[in-house]
Design a protein around this ligand. Structure first.
Ligand code: AHM
Ligand code: MG
Length: 329
């Protein structure tokens, strides 16, 4: 029987108790989660002090996506990589901020996991104090341990993910972790530096909310516009922050649907498959929701390249199916 956790349990205790339920586990996955939590705490602290620590604004660099790199993007990327590098659990990191996969040093080639990460999603919102976050996905490598990881360890369908989640830096810092044990949210108490279970066994509730950048509606497929029109007629509210991790977190907690469709200027969509679409689709499905690219399930996609883009329809299962059907018609 699945173990039930009470609110207030620390992340460490949650991880150790879950580990005890899997006698075959070596503890490597727990170490990986602890490293991610540590990076989340460090980034959270820097985000909170950004205005004081001279961390607002752009570095002057342009990243692989053609976007201006913010100082906090750079800090989050380095912090995340460094916290995964030296513990022996991770062999490769694929980051939004890096053109190529980052292989960890030779000493740690035997790491078992490949991690994909958007170190600071929503970073165009940094300077106005809106909510941002770190999104991650975890694959178990399939190349042999002991040699450097290979591209085929990460270019695989989202069904191969073993875990995914995000750390959101908002009015509070929350780590949402999805794994075989479901989706659970932990809130950071900054006074003691610990994450405590605050959102046990998350399931997407029913909610009448649609979330999209409606300014682009003239460029969308007719079916998507029809869905939005129907949502209005049914009394839905609109919410859009423009920071995927924040829009998704609201969808997970309050329900509704988030849409970032393809359009005639970006026929492949804007969001990235490996470190945005896959992790959030994994969480949505584990929380009883769904995610598609407007045609089929996101998790069934097989990426051909690291920074591949995708349209994203995600949230409440019946709403995602409705808009996907209309988009296809
Ligand atoms: P990024 O901040 O990692 O570059 O992510 C892209 C962001 C998402 O967080 C958000 O959902 C989307 O871009 C908003 O796009 P737009 O401004 O076109 O509505
Ligand atoms: Mg992003």
């Amino acid at each position: 029987m699945e173990r039930q956790f009470e609110e207030g349990v620390t992340l460490d205790r949650f991880l150790m108790d879950t580990l005890a339920d899997h006698p075959e586990a070596t503890g490597t996955f727990v170490n990986l989660c602890q490293s991610i939590a540590l990076a989340g705490k460090m980034i959270s602290s820097r985000v909170n002090r950004a205005g004081l620590a001279g961390m607002l604004g752009a570095t002057g660099e342009v990243n692989i996506q053609g976007e201006f790199v913010q100082k906090l993007d750079e800090y989050a990327n380095e912090t995340f990589k460094r916290s995964l590098e030296h513990r022996g659990h991770t062999c490769m990191v694929v980051s939004e901020e890096e053109e190529s996969p980052v292989l960890v040093g030779e000493r740690w080639h035997s790491g078992r996991y490949v991690v994909t990460v958007d170190p600071l999603d929503g970073s165009s919102n940094i300077d106005c104090n809106a909510t941002i976050g770190t999104i991650f996905g975890v694959f178990r490598r399939r190349s042999s341990e002991g040699s450097p990881a290979e591209l085929t360890d990460v270019l695989r369908t989202g069904r191969d993910l073993v875990a995914a989640g995000y750390v959101i830096y908002g009015s509070g810092t929350v780590l949402v972790l999805g794994s075989a044990s479901g989706v659970n949210g932990f809130t950071l108490d900054p006074t003691v530096g610990e994450f405590f279970l605050s959102h046990p066994r998350i399931r997407i509730p029913e909610g009448k909310i649609y979330s999209c950048n409606e300014a682009y509606s003239p460029r969308w497929a007719e079916g998507v516009n029809r869905f939005v029109q129907r949502a209005k007629e049914r009394g839905f509210r609109a919410r859009y922050i423009g920071s995927l991790v924040a829009d998704f977190h609201r969808t997970l907690v309050k329900g509704g649907v988030f849409l970032y469709p393809a359009d005639d200027r970006s026929p492949k969509g804007k969001l990235r498959l490996l470190y945005e679409g896959f992790p959030l689709a994994f969480l949505a499905e584990k929380a009883g929701g769904a995610a598609t690219d407007g045609r089929g399930a996101i998790l069934d996609r097989l990426p051909e390249e690291l920074h591949e883009r995708t349209p994203l329809f995600i949230g409440d299962e019946s709403l995602v199916n409705e808009v996907t059907d209309l988009n296809r018609s």
